[in-house]
Design a binder for this molecule. Structure first.
Ligand SMILES: Nc1ncnc2c1ncn2[C@@H]1O[C@H](COP(=O)(O)OS(=O)(=O)O)[C@@H](OP(=O)(O)O)[C@H]1O
Length: 289
């Protein structure tokens, strides 16, 4: 009841400004306030970060920042300071964990050191997927934005290849070199503080990935298989909670831009070594192309 009450309170107080305590939601000791995140989904872009955040939010002890915060990766936000950051967080009760997601953190050079000096105990969640698929999804997202703004665009092949070879300067390719980015995080955070979620496994069957995430966050198991059902129209799992049914919006799971099989295979060959390095770093393998 307390949590239901808190959720209602939260939706009716969206303009509560920074710090943050409001009168007790219910009961003598329950003080709802905006707290720093105990866990952050740091990426990767197009890895399934929104799905993971929404699914974690099913847990009664988790409250999430709905919008991406972009505090540790964008200088103009980082300069606004911690009070600004905290003000972006949802209201929580003591004992609840605040979670935010900003996929851009994973590849941002300064994010690991900034995050570490802000809270060296923060738990990090990293959701990854086949880096070749991720690249195509990344391109598709940019293409969609450009089409919407009536801006010109280049076909994926033109960006991905230079004189018939994979172009190492293509930004979406660089974002798929997971080992390079993870290495920067490991300069600051111990491996045990970074939980890796398998993005493809989350699509196939979200529940086991959520069980592992609950464990990592040291929360009692509250998410159940009944919180998920496969929506054949959407082609993905959707969420069920307190009688409400929720699928992610149409920007998630849209058809990918075309890429010839020949170029896709070239990309896979290019990524083979980086992937092997990444597997060694994390001590597990993934069935990527
Ligand atoms: N349940 C469910 N419903 C819909 N979509 C799902 C789901 N689980 C994972 N995904 C995958 O999430 C991909 C988008 O990833 P992100 O949310 O990280 O994208 S973003 O970086 O925030 O733009 C998105 O990638 P694309 O399929 O390439 O669009 C989805 O495949």
């Amino acid at each position: 009841e307390l949590y239901v009450c808190l959720r209602e309170l939260r939706s009716s107080t969206t303009s509560v400004s920074s710090d943050t305590s409001v009168p007790p939601a219910q009961g003598p000791n329950a003080t709802a306030s905006r707290r720093m995140p105990g866990a952050i989904i740091i990426g990767v872009r197009k890895g399934g970060t929104r799905a993971l955040l929404e699914m974690l939010n099913l847990h009664p002890d988790i409250e999430v920042a709905k919008a991406e915060v972009h505090y540790f990766n964008l200088d103009e936000n980082f300069r606004k300071g911690l009070d600004w950051y905290r003000a972006q967080m949802p209201l929580t009760l003591p004992g609840q964990v605040t979670v935010e997601k900003t996929p851009g953190y994973f590849t941002a050079p300064l994010a690991p050191s900034r995050m570490w000096s802000t809270n060296p105990a923060v738990k990090l969640l990293l959701i990854i997927r086949d880096p070749a698929e991720r690249l195509v999804s990344d391109y598709t997202q940019v293409l969609h934005n450009r089409l919407q703004q009536n801006k010109p665009y280049q076909p994926l092949e033109e960006l991905l290849l230079r004189k018939g070879r994979i172009n190492p300067n293509y930004k979406a390719l660089q974002r798929s070199l997971y080992h390079q980015h993870l290495a920067r995080w490991l300069e600051f955070f111990p491996k045990e503080q970074i939980h890796i979620v398998d993005g493809e496994a989350l699509i196939r069957n979200p529940f086991p990935e959520l069980q592992k995430a609950e464990k990592f966050l040291e929360l009692p198991p509250r998410i159940t298989q009944d919180n998920f059902y496969f929506n054949t129209t959407k082609g993905f799992y959707c969420l069920l909670s307190e009688g409400h049914d929720k699928c992610l919006d149409e920007s998630k799971g849209r058809p990918h831009a075309p890429l010839s099989n020949e170029v896709f295979q070239k990309l896979c060959r290019y990524l083979w070594v980086p992937n092997q390095i990444f597997f060694r770093m994390v001590g597990r393998t993934f069935k990527w192309c």
